[in-house]
Design a protein around this ligand. Structure first.
Ligand code: AMP
Length: 225
């Protein structure tokens, strides 16, 4: 399965991408996680990305493309992947198409998770993640078993600095201006399903799985003689 999860910051893409990746048995590939890892290990990419990430702006396409090219070239991604946070603008979507042609395969489905800005801002303020395994929690909708501690590895959970309200507002603006147009881009290619991002975590996962099946059925109907 080669799936893209689109959606604004705070809609629950990361949480859902991990769950859906597990169901489909493919890796979860998040450019935000890759950039945060590069930043933590102080690589050149990480240092270049830092100021953009702190301001809630997009990191230059060439930087993100290098990361994604490396990650999708790894053996565990040969059978598919769930992309979370990439592509984020039209140029990245075009480059992804070219890259997938090179390495074999194409995007099979795009799920757009949707929510209002008010809901997103409220939700981001409750978001915490594990610095060791990157698992994301939300104190309201998806709390850890023990408050402030990761279920997987007992690390202390942290709030991201770019979840501060002024940065969140900028990230939402960037999303609406640059990323949201990709919904129409993939819709025009018959790959899109829209899924409401509000509700219980497990229920949303089911909605995504059903949406992926719908897109796949549409594709096979179109291919039928
Ligand atoms: P995320 O964890 O997906 O919300 O990403 C956090 C930050 O990383 C974003 O606000 C951007 O600064 C940067 N970033 C992540 N993915 C991309 C991308 N595909 N293109 C450009 N910047 C990105």
């Amino acid at each position: 399965m080669r799936l893209i999860l689109l959606g604004p910051p705070g809609v629950g893409k990361g949480t859902q991408a991990v769950r859906v990746a597990g169901r489909f048995g493919v890796p979860h590939v998040s450019t935000g996680d890759l950039l945060r890892a590069a930043l933590a290990s102080r690589t050149e990419i990480g240092l270049t990305a830092k100021k953009f990430m702190e301001a809630g702006e997009l990191v230059p396409d060439s930087v993100v493309l290098d990361l994604i090219r490396g990650r999708l070239g790894e053996p565990d991604a040969a059978g598919g992947f769930i992309l979370d946070g990439f592509p984020r603008n039209a140029a990245q979507a075009e480059s992804l198409g070219v890259l997938l042609e090179e390495i074999g395969g194409a995007v099979e489905a795009v799920v757009a998770l949707e929510a209002s800005d008010e809901a997103l801002i409220a939700r981001l303020s409750g978001r915490f993640s594990c610095p060791a395994c990157n698992r994301v929690y939300n104190v309201h909708s998806n709390p850890p078993r023990r408050s402030g501690v990761c279920d997987e590895d007992s690390s202390e959970l942290l709030q991201r600095s770019d979840d501060a309200e002024d940065v969140v507002r900028n990230r939402l603006r960037v999303y609406r201006e640059q990323t949201e147009p990709l919904i129409a881009y993939y819709d025009a290619r018959g790959l899109l399903a829209r899924v409401a991002g509000a509700g219980e975590v497990g229920e949303i996962t089911l909605r995504i799985e059903r949406a992926v099946e719908e897109v796949r059925d549409r594709g096979s109907d179109a291919a039928a003689p």
